[in-house]
Design a protein around this ligand. Structure first.
Ligand code: HEM
Length: 199
């Protein structure tokens, strides 16, 4: 009798095990189905967005002859958080555009800006404003003297003239093309030295 009971319980356990396996498989199947469904949805969404973006760009080009409906694309480099650099005058001089593998930097009022996006103006080889690069030539921004005034020496200039420099600083700091890099340690001006001669 006892043996019979044992066998019965064994049997019922076996059948219970089989049921449990079945339901586990079912769950796995359901899970995979959900996973596949969401993957399919994501792929469809990516496909839709790609086609939508391409059509929009195409439409923009046909109507405005630009890919962005005439809007300027901001310089993404400007928004990358970066460590502020401190240059010596010698270090800064390397970034004058003579080496095409290096960015172009210039300084105004001791602040260094990356002007690589304007390489055609700022490279020291054949850029029309190449004399600004790799140095702080603040004085020449005011006087327009690009020979003897390529210096940070502002002695003899009026407060009004110096205030006008803000326009140039704004041009670099608010530009979509250029961005702030750091500062340059400028040598102190010897008060006994002569004021730079005008061009
Ligand atoms: C104080 C005098 C001047 C300073 C400091 C100065 C400075 C500059 C700078 C920094 C740029 C580059 C702008 C950029 O990065 O987008 C530039 C561009 C330009 N400047 Fe001047 N500029 C001066 C006077 C003049 C004068 C008198 C003329 C006209 C005869 C002139 C004509 C141009 C032109 C045509 C450009 C466009 C870029 C090019 O073709 O080289 N600038 N200027």
């Amino acid at each position: 009798m006892n043996q019979k009971l044992k066998n019965r319980s064994k049997l019922s356990n076996d059948s219970y095990d089989i049921d449990e396996n079945k339901s586990l498989n079912d769950i796995k199947f359901e899970k995979n189905k959900i996973k596949n469904n969401s993957t399919n949805f994501c792929l469809k969404l990516i496909k839709f967005l790609t086609v939508f973006i391409l059509i929009t760009i195409g439409f923009s080009y046909v109507t405005t002859e630009t890919f962005t409906f005439g809007h300027k694309i901001p310089n993404w480099r400007k928004y990358i958080p970066r460590k502020e650099r401190v240059f010596t005058v010698e270090e800064l001089s390397k970034y004058d555009g003579t080496n095409p593998d290096l960015p172009i930097y210039l300084a105004i009022l001791g602040k260094v800006y990356d002007v690589t996006a304007g390489r055609q103006y700022y490279n020291a080889i054949d850029g029309s404003y190449g004399f600004f690069s790799g140095k702080d030539a603040t004085r020449s921004y005011i006087t327009g003297c690009f020979k003897t005034h390529l210096t940070h020496d502002l002695r003899g200039l009026t407060p009004g003239e110096i205030k006008n420099l803000n326009q140039w600083v704004d041009m670099y700091s608010k530009s979509d093309k250029y961005f702030y890099v750091g500062t340059v340690i400028l040598p102190e001006i010897d008060p006994n030295s002569p004021i730079p001669a005008p061009c």
